[in-house]
Design a protein around this ligand. Structure first.
Ligand SMILES: NC(=O)c1ccc[n+]([C@@H]2O[C@H](COP(=O)([O-])OP(=O)(O)OC[C@H]3O[C@@H](n4cnc5c(N)ncnc54)[C@H](OP(=O)(O)O)[C@@H]3O)[C@@H](O)[C@H]2O)c1
Length: 149
């Protein structure tokens, strides 16, 4: 299956990438910076890297780039793990944090919807502490997040 991962350089993204590759999926890994993982991290020889590891720099705040990337790759799934993941930094820079964690997520969801891709959004135990169980199927939260109907 074709999969696109955002935040592939990150803690969760690298883990997702490893699991997707192990399972034989066709993966486009994306990140803000340059690729920081090595083919050998996934058991590949460096010379095989181009064949097995597709990596593209993608700033998810760039709506046009996000749309172009997703419509070009047409993944079955978008696994969205790019984020500002440190609450203390988010609290001191709320506007910049919102741009990445909310507005850019919306760009990704809209492009995924257009491409017909399923979308997996990572939340956090800062939001879901494991005690409150009445989240339904997530639609309420997702609609609040994206403003989409
Ligand atoms: N780690 C955990 O234990 C944990 C637990 C629960 C939930 N989560 C959730 O999982 C998600 C990822 O967390 P993480 O720990 O993997 O965070 P992380 O290691 O900080 O990785 C986040 C990634 O986001 C990318 N990123 C930031 N701004 C971007 C932008 N404008 N465009 C594209 N990519 C951008 C960064 O890319 P570059 O590195 O290329 O700059 C970075 O690799 C978050 O939503 C977090 O709340 C994580």
């Amino acid at each position: 299956m074709k999969i696109l991962i955002t935040g592939a350089n990150g803690l969760l993204g690298t883990y997702l990438l490893r699991e997707c590759i192990k399972s034989g999926h066709d993966v486009l890994a994306t990140g803000l910076g340059e690729m920081r993982f090595r083919p050998s991290d996934f058991g590949f020889r460096n010379e095989d890297a181009d064949h097995w590891l597709r990596y593209r720099q993608l700033d998810i705040r760039d709506a046009m780039a996000v749309r172009a990337c997703i419509l070009d790759w047409k993944p079955s799934w978008v696994l969205h793990s790019a984020a500002w993941a440190q609450p203390d930094i988010c609290e001191t820079q709320p506007v910049a944090c919102w741009e990445v964690n909310v507005t850019a997520t919306r760009f990704l969801i809209e492009a995924a919807k257009e491409a017909g891709s399923a979308f997996l959004f990572m939340s956090t135990d800062f939001v879901f502490d494991g005690n409150f169980r009445d989240w339904g199927d997530g639609q309420v939260w997702l609609q609040w997040l994206t403003g989409m109907q």
